[in-house]
Design a protein around this ligand. Structure first.
Ligand SMILES: [Zn+2]
Length: 345
C-alpha cells in the first residue's frame, strides 16, 4: 500500500484532506520512486508475467465460477458476453450469431475465454487488446496458439504480447459486414492505450464501447503513463460519443467508484439512484455492466470536469489567467488525487 506511513495521522473524509496530506502521501519522492520501480518491473520484465500467472491461479481457486455472475446481451443478432476473469477483470466475447464469427476483448486469462468460445461453438477471429498490462493482455499468446488464424490487434507503442496487427487512431476493423470496430487512441493510463467502439450503425442498434482501463462505471484509470491533460483529451473522446452507447469497462469497480463519487458530489441524484441499484446487484454478485454514456455523463466525476456543480463540490475555481482546458485538467488531477487517497485508505 502506498499510503501506510501517513495513514494514522490522516483525517478520514477526502473533503478534509489538506494539500500537505496529499503532498506527503502521493508526491513524496520515496513513495514515487518505489511505485515507479514496481511499475517498471511489472510492465517491462518477465517478473510481471510471473506475477500475473500467480494472480490467475489464485483467482481461479478463489472464484471457480468467476468473480461475478454475468449474462449475455444480444443486440440484433450480435451477442456480447462478459467473461469474469482474475479478481475483478472482464473480458468480452463478441459474436455475430449469423456468421458465428467471434472476437474477444482483453482475454487476460485464456482458460475461461476458451471455455466460453467452445460453449458457444464459435471461431475466434481476433483479440482486441486495449493495453499492455498483463491483466488485459496476459492470454493473447495462448489464444493465438490455440486458434491459428487469430489476429491480435493493439497499439505498437504499448508492447502488446503477440501483436500481429498494429493500429492507429480511428482505424476500422471489419469481421464480415456486421462486426465493425473503430479503434480510438486514448493515452494516459498507458502510452498506447486504445478503446474499441463496436459500430451500432452496422446492426441498427446502439454502439458498444470497450473502454479497457480508460473509463469504468463512474471512474477512470490511473494515469501511469500520461499527465492530466493527456488523460483529459482521451476522456473527451469518450465524452464525444453518442449518449446511447453502451459502456463495457475492463473492471468491476462500480461499487467503489460510486461510493467515491458520492463523497465528491453528495448532491447528485442520478448517482444516488445508480449506487442503490449497484449495491443491489453486487449483493448478489451480479455484473453491473453495461451502463450507457448518457448515465456516465451524469454521475461519473471524471467525465464531468466541465460541470460547475462538480467545481463547487471540489471547491475549485478557474483562475484568471487559466484557459478552460487547463482548468479542466486541474479538476481531473484533483479528482485523481482524491481517488488515489480514497483507494489507499
Ligand atoms: Zn491497466
Amino acid at each position: 500500500k502506498l499510503m501506510s506511513s501517513s495513514q494514522s495521522q490522516r483525517p478520514k473524509g477526502p473533503s478534509r484532506l489538506s494539500p500537505r496530506d496529499i503532498h506527503n502521501g502521493i508526491k513524496h519522492p520515496g513513495v514515487l520512486f518505489k511505485t515507479t520501480c514496481r511499475y517498471s518491473l511489472y510492465t517491462r520484465t518477465k517478473l510481471g508475467y510471473i506475477f500475473h500467472k500467480r494472480q490467475m491461479r489464485k483467482a481461479r481457486e478463489r472464484y471457480p465460477a468467476g468473480h461475478s455472475r454475468t449474462q449475455p446481451t444480444i443486440i440484433n443478432g450480435i451477442k456480447i458476453i462478459p467473461v469474469p476473469i482474475l479478481s475483478d477483470n472482464y473480458s468480452y466475447v463478441v459474436i455475430d450469431t449469423a456468421s458465428n464469427m467471434a472476437v474477444v476483448v482483453d482475454p487476460a486469462d485464456p482458460q475461461p475465454v476458451q471455455a466460453c468460445l467452445e460453449e458457444e461453438g464459435v471461431a475466434l477471429q481476433a483479440v482486441l487488446c486495449t493495453h499492455k498490462h498483463w491483466d488485459h493482455s496476459g492470454g493473447n499468446r495462448a489464444l493465438k496458439r490455440r486458434y491459428r488464424s487469430c489476429r491480435v490487434y493493439g497499439n505498437a507503442m504499448d508492447n502488446i504480447p503477440g501483436l500481429t496487427h498494429p493500429l492507429s487512431d480511428k482505424d476500422t476493423i471489419d469481421f464480415g459486414t456486421r462486426l465493425r470496430f473503430r479503434a480510438f487512441y486514448t493515452p494516459g493510463h498507458t502510452a498506447g492505450h486504445i478503446i474499441y467502439l463496436l459500430d451500432g450503425r452496422a446492426i441498427g442498434g446502439p454502439s458498444s464501447l470497450f473502454s479497457g482501463d480508460l473509463v469504468f462505471l463512474s471512474g477512470c484509470g490511473r494515469m501511469f503513463e500520461g499527465n492530466a491533460s493527456t488523460m483529459l483529451s482521451s476522456l473527451d473522446t469518450v465524452g464525444s460519443l453518442n449518449d446511447d452507447t453502451l459502456l463495457w469497462p475492463g473492471h468491476e469497480y462500480a461499487k467503489d467508484n460510486l461510493v467515491f463519487a458520492a463523497e465528491v458530489e453528495p448532491c447528485n441524484v442520478v448517482q444516488k439512484q445508480k449506487l442503490l441499484w449497484v449495491l443491489q446487484q453486487r449483493g448478489q454478485r451480479l455484473c453491473t455492466c453495461p451502463s450507457t454514456l448518457a448515465e456516465e455523463k451524469q454521475y461519473n466525476p471524471f467525465l464531468r470536469s466541465h460541470s460547475q456543480d462538480l467545481h463547487r463540490a471540489l471547491g475549485l475555481q478557474q483562475k484568471q489567467d487559466e484557459d478552460w482546458t487547463s482548468y479542466r485538467a486541474r479538476v481531473l488531477e484533483e479528482l485523481r488525487r482524491r481517488k488515489d487517497i480514497y483507494k489507499d485508505r
